[in-house]
Design a protein around this ligand. Structure first.
Ligand code: TXA
Ligand code: MG
Length: 318
């Protein structure tokens, strides 16, 4: 059920009650919509894995509404963590830190670390604040599929008619958070996102931290699979130089629209915000595949995260 303007307060109350009774709620964040359940209710965490068809080896991100909630679930809250969150929270940065034993192994897939972030979307923040405890929340989509960036996307993903979906509009970022692992003298970027390695370097410089910032192999993050974010129709990524050949081939075949091109804006903020909704929308058409042209000038900065998602969503990259 999608929340209507006049029902907002009532549904928000029901959402808080749902979390308190061990249920799950879909909530908007600035990155993508999440499927939230109380970290204190094993049944809620089990339900999240179940309705997403998510394998138990893929750990969840814990979402907090204040820094104390994060400190309460980790072993060592370092000066680096403290200063990072004072700059980047609330926002699209997830920290992976050594967990306290009290954090359920189900949430962390048996790892001794826990991923934590404070989202900046006001609805997510007030939901967690009102509930009073952190919630575990993966993106609100089936395993390996495209993350939702509107409430309608979430609704189309799950058949559970009693799922409360808080409608917070279109996600402003549209790609999942940057995930970083904090070690004593290094930061390992496990998943690229809106917060860039260069932002972290600048942060370290400004705050006099001498910390190495590494892009680690995807194996370091159990959920960082090579197949992910997949739309309903196969996605083919081709270099710009093949565009003429593709146009010619589709002209010769003349069997109707073989494919639809997802046209990326030159502005990475805009491109990221609309990528997933374009994947979903164009997949509904009677076509064989989706096409994205890899323009050589669309690179660097936030484009790294955008291409990371596109390449994982792709069935074929030429
Ligand atoms: O933007 C986001 O992060 C969204 C919104 C809802 O907050 N959430 C999200 O969650 O993308 P999910 O579950 O789809 O992705 C979580 C990622 C996975 O790649 C997982 O492997 C990684 O975080 N992760 C979680 N806990 C980890 C840990 N302890 N160590 C390493 N990676 C971890
Ligand atoms: Mg996900």
């Amino acid at each position: 059920m999608i929340i209507k303007e006049e029902e907002k307060d009532l549904l928000f109350k029901r959402a808080v009650e749902k979390l308190s009774s061990g249920g799950i709620v879909a909530m908007p964040t600035e990155t993508v919509y999440g499927l939230a359940g109380s970290i204190r209710h094993p049944s809620a965490i089990e339900k999240i894995f179940k309705i997403k068809n998510r394998p138990l080896f893929d750990p969840l991100i814990v979402h907090v509404s204040n820094v104390q909630q994060a400190k309460d679930i980790v072993e060592n809250w370092s000066l680096l963590a403290e200063q990072l969150v004072s700059v980047f929270w609330p926002g699209p940065l997830t920290l992976v830190l050594k967990k306290k034993k009290t954090v359920s192994d189900l949430i962390t897939a048996g790892l001794d670390t826990v991923a934590i972030r404070m989202p900046s979307h006001p609805l997510a923040l007030s939901l967690i604040e009102k509930f009073g405890f952190p919630v575990a929340a993966p993106s609100a989509n089936k395993f390996k599929k495209t993350s939702p960036t509107t409430a309608a996307h979430v609704e189309s993903e799950f058949s559970e008619s009693d799922l409360i979906i808080l409608d917070g509009g279109t996600c402003s970022i549209g790609l999942e958070s940057t995930v970083i692992e904090l070690k004593e003298n290094e930061i390992n970027v496990l998943r690229p996102g809106f917060i860039l390695s260069s932002d972290l370097e600048e942060f370290c410089f400004n705050h006099s931290f001498s910390v190495a910032i590494n892009r680690r192999s995807s194996l370091k993050s159990p959920g960082n699979l090579t197949e992910h974010y997949q739309p309903k129709k196969p996605l083919v990524v081709v270099p710009e130089r093949t565009r003429a050949i593709i146009n010619k081939a589709s002209g010769v075949l003349k069997t109707g629209p073989l494919f639809q091109e997802i046209k990326l804006s030159d502005d990475p903020i805009w491109a990221a915000r609309h990528l997933y909704s374009q994947m979903r929308k164009l997949s509904e058409q009677d076509i064989d595949f989706l096409l994205i042209i890899q323009h050589p000038h669309l690179r660097g900065g936030f484009w790294e995260a955008i291409w990371d998602r596109i390449h994982k969503a792709a069935t074929l990259v030429l």
